[in-house]
Unconditional design. Structure first.
Length: 72
């Protein structure tokens, strides 16, 4: 789980996400859902996240922020 979090720290910060041991799993689930990848398929989720960030990082950050706010 969360094999890609170390690579997206800047994106998470822009989205206002402070990872903790408590919220890490939920953030991971939200990201999987956001990129339409079955939960716990970390390699595929990371590929999709990389694509989204490369295509439009600002939009990905916005979508992540919105998805996390809905979870709260």
């Amino acid at each position: 789980m969360t094999c890609y979090f170390r690579h997206i720290q800047g994106v998470l910060e822009k989205a206002g996400v402070a990872l903790t041991t408590t919220n890490k799993r939920e953030v991971d689930r939200v990201i999987h859902k956001l990129v339409h990848v079955k939960y716990k398929n970390c390699p595929r989720a990371w590929r999709e996240v990389k694509k989204r960030i490369a295509d439009n990082e600002k939009d990905f950050v916005y979508q992540l922020r919105q998805a996390l706010e809905k979870q709260a």
